[in-house]
Ligand binder design. Structure first.
Ligand SMILES: Cc1cc2nc3c(=O)[nH]c(=O)nc-3n(C[C@H](O)[C@H](O)[C@H](O)COP(=O)(O)OP(=O)(O)OC[C@H]3O[C@@H](n4cnc5c(N)ncnc54)[C@H](O)[C@@H]3O)c2cc1C
Length: 378
């Protein structure tokens, strides 16, 4: 520790300039820590730059609901700063007739969400169709609406937070890949021999977090997996919508429309994966959009990106070893929760309690587990 209260880390390295790392860097710097943020490429060049920007607070577990509520609260406070804009818009999720399992899951979730104060309700299908002229609910068994939801352009968020972190005193080093050194707690900048020592290191390196930690013999129970998205020029009158039976989502977008999912339920190598969307995804999601919104999309751009899975689908957020922290495993919901999760890990590093159900040491790191689609409601 370098002065001050000997229990509270003064110098902190944050590895990763995505939504979570930049938020943590900002909150740590605001709290008086001497922060250095290391980003291998440009700010937001990881998964955050490829995310769809769907945000909502429709979570049934108390911890998740509180985190999502806090995240939306902070997004609202950042709205209009820099290039970041939050566009409030309802989020609808639904199950089709014949899909009783998901229909029951939605019926069961909504009262639990309401119990945690979330502004959600089971939808009257006719009313919903009349509110969104392009939304077709003919085959739907049950739909729910979250009124506290929004869409954003994700790569506009980390630059704002990195700028705020720098204003609060953090050093932001882009195009600076690092490796870890755990004895002492530190990082080694690529191409340099010397260890830069810190009181604490936060690994918020997205899909690379497991690889970085494995190199210093700290295994974590996380698997990166590939998901896909596209934009199309069609301007549709739709809510943000997740068709749980169809396994795809859509949202309004400045280009017209954004649709996605295309989860590949196998572990990806974070250094060797296909950044382009697969033909099957474009064809399936286009059919889904046509089915749900009555329009064959005029596709403009398609892409893939990586999400991170854990055995219980909850994040790995907290201390792994003395002074070594991790924030990953967001199961496709990392962007929408980043303002709260970055804040929580920053507070924990500075002596707070952290979020107990997300404690990364609940796993040994060598667990066998299946990757499952992050948004599914089963
Ligand atoms: C197609 C797609 C759609 C998605 N849609 C949504 C959505 O609608 N809503 C939602 O909530 N989530 C969504 N997600 C998930 C979301 O993108 C992630 O959960 C979130 O962006 C994770 O943020 P992060 O900061 O943890 O990771 P990242 O944004 O990946 O940031 C990690 C950073 O670490 C850097 N890094 C890696 N290794 C090193 C190293 N050795 N040294 C220095 N830096 C390093 C990387 O360059 C990267 O910039 C989507 C993901 C994809 C791919």
């Amino acid at each position: 520790m370098t002065g001050g209260d000997s229990d509270i880390p003064e110098t902190v390295a944050v590895v990763g300039g995505g939504a979570v790392g930049t938020t943590a860097a900002y909150d740590l710097a605001r709290d008086g820590a001497d922060v250095t943020l290391f980003e291998a490429g440009d700010i937001a060049s990881g998964s955050t730059g490829r995310a769809s920007g769907i945000c909502y607070d429709a979570f049934a577990e108390d911890v998740d609901a509180a985190v999502a509520q806090r995240a939306l609260e902070r997004f609202r406070a950042f709205d209009g700063q820099g290039d970041f804009e939050l566009s409030p818009w309802p989020y609808v999720w639904l199950a089709r007739e014949g899909d009783e399992k998901r229909a029951d899951a939605i019926r069961e979730q909504v009262p639990r969400m309401q119990k945690h104060g979330r502004n959600v309700e089971l939808a009257d299908l006719e009313t919903l169709e009349s509110e969104f002229s392009d939304l077709n609910l003919d085959d739907v068994a049950v739909a729910a609406v979250a009124h506290d939801a929004a869409h954003v352009i994700p790569p506009t968020y980390p630059p704002l937070l990195a700028e705020k972190a720098a204003e609060a005193g953090a050093t932001v080093r882009t195009n600076t890949p690092v490796a870890l050194s755990t004895d002492p707690t530190g990082v080694v900048v690529d191409g340099e021999d010397e260890v830069a020592e810190f009181d604490a290191v936060l690994v918020a390196a997205g899909a690379h977090s497991k690889q970085l930690l494995a190199a210093v013999d700290v295994p974590i129970a996380m698997k990166p997996y590939r998901v896909q998205a596209l934009t199309a020029s069609d301007e549709l009158d739709i809510p943000i919508c997740y068709d749980a039976t169809g396994g795809f989502y859509l949202r309004p977008h400045p280009d017209g429309l954004l649709a996605g999912d295309g989860t590949e339920e196998v572990e990806s190598d974070p250094d060797d994966w296909n950044r382009d969307a697969d033909d099957w995804f474009v064809s399936d999601v286009s059919a889904g959009v046509e089915h749900r919104a009555g329009c064959s999309p005029d596709v403009e751009r398609t892409w893939a990106g990586l999400c991170t899975a854990t055995p219980d689908h909850d994040p790995l957020l907290g201390e792994l070893r003395d002074g070594l922290y991790v924030a990953t495993g967001f199961q496709g919901h990392g962007f929408m929760r980043s303002p709260a999760l970055g804040e929580a890990i920053a507070a924990q590093i500075r002596g707070g309690e952290g979020i107990e159900p997300f404690d990364p040491t609940r796993f040994d790191g060598d667990e066998e587990f299946e990757i499952v689609e992050g948004m599914d409601v089963e």
